[in-house]
Ligand binder design. Sequence first.
Ligand SMILES: C[S@@+](CC[C@H](N)C(=O)[O-])C[C@H]1O[C@@H](n2cnc3c(N)ncnc32)[C@H](O)[C@@H]1O
Length: 217
Amino acid sequence: MEPKFWLDRWKNSDIGFHREDANINLRRFWPQLNLPSKSSVFVPLCGMSQDMSWLAQNGHKVIGVELSDIAIKRFFKGQNLSPQLRQQDGFQVWSAGPFELWAGDMFKLPSQLINNCPAVYDRASLVALPSAMQNDYAKLLITHLPAQAQILLISLSYDQKEMDGPPFSTPTQRVEDLFQPSFGIEVLDQTMTLEENDNLKKRGLTSLYETCYLLKK
Ligand SMILES: C[S@@+](CC[C@H](N)C(=O)[O-])C[C@H]1O[C@@H](n2cnc3c(N)ncnc32)[C@H](O)[C@@H]1O
């Protein structure tokens, strides 16, 4: 999956994955992570997710990374914030209030950025990546997150024969193959979610599950 694919989608406002409200599993299960207040949360492939705003409202500093600066600018505009811009490690870094969003390729992030992050929030991020990139994604988190880090992961699974990704079907077995044994994996919830994803139904899906996992390093 080339960066151009995603940059074009943002340029064309082809963002059927975006949601206006904070994710229900985030609101329901985040308290289980029991994190110290003000701790940093890493949000990979963050888009302009309103989940970042929910995390900030719940006391966190949010560190996001996103290929498209269109997404980042739209996020700050939606928050009524005027971000400051700096250049660091080959990235444009936009920051305001509790948000620090890095514009660029997640796989080129400086590792020290997440070395001290006790938590990661992933909704529609792992599933946005094809198989080989999913391997790199898991390897990056396994290598650079600190001991006892936790990941709230919201994944999708469906019959991959019905549709090409993204999103790519990423069932429990695949999550286990990617993250075990470095992380313990607990399934918190699994819901049939086709009716809430009309865009994917139109692409041919007859069944779709959203599964929420808590991963502990
Ligand atoms: C399916 S969207 C999900 C966005 C967000 N997590 C949400 O819930 O709305 C995937 C996002 O990842 C971004 N992306 C894809 N590959 C990336 C990479 N290598 N580094 C940073 N961002 C990337 C895309 O631009 C897109 O905004």
